[in-house]
Design a protein around this ligand. Structure first.
Ligand SMILES: [Zn+2]
Length: 139
């Protein structure tokens, strides 16, 4: 992975409000620092520019890897996964109880690919929601 300049890292952190841009997990509550995700991986031609970077928790980044597409579990169609720079979280997902519900084919594929509703993640999210530490971004 190419070096990401400090100023660009800072911009990505600040823009995300310190929360994972996929699952909304606040970095302040994580055991390990969130990572800078190349939304389109470098091996697919993605560049290290602010419009291709997102803040990601370790788990989301691990499950996403270099993927840019997956299958919608409802239709089985191949679809692009959620793109945090081109799409707004609130237009594609909602919090339902402690689960993340995908509202669009790409969001549903993202929920599954990133395992956003793995039982351990649901348990953690329930605690964070109860503590008022998960908030859906306005933009
Ligand atoms: Zn995450």
């Amino acid at each position: 992975m190419r070096h990401i300049p400090t100023a660009l890292r800072r911009l990505v952190h600040e823009r995300a409000g310190g929360a994972c841009e996929y699952c909304l997990y606040p970095e302040s509550m994580a055991f390990t620092a969130h990572e800078i995700d190349h939304i389109v991986a470098q091996k697919h031609g993605g560049e290290t520019t602010e419009d291709n970077l997102a803040l990601s928790c370790v788990l989301c980044n691990k499950y996403k890897g270099s993927d840019v597409a997956s299958f919608d579990p409802e239709t089985r169609e191949l679809v692009a996964i959620f793109h945090p720079r081109r799409q707004r979280w609130r237009d594609h997902f909602q919090i339902a109880g402690s689960a993340v519900a995908g509202l669009t084919p790409g969001a549903r594929a993202t929920v599954r690919l990133l395992q956003l509703n793995h039982p351990s993640r649901l348990a953690e999210r329930a605690i964070l929601i109860a503590a008022g530490l998960i908030s859906v971004p306005a933009s």
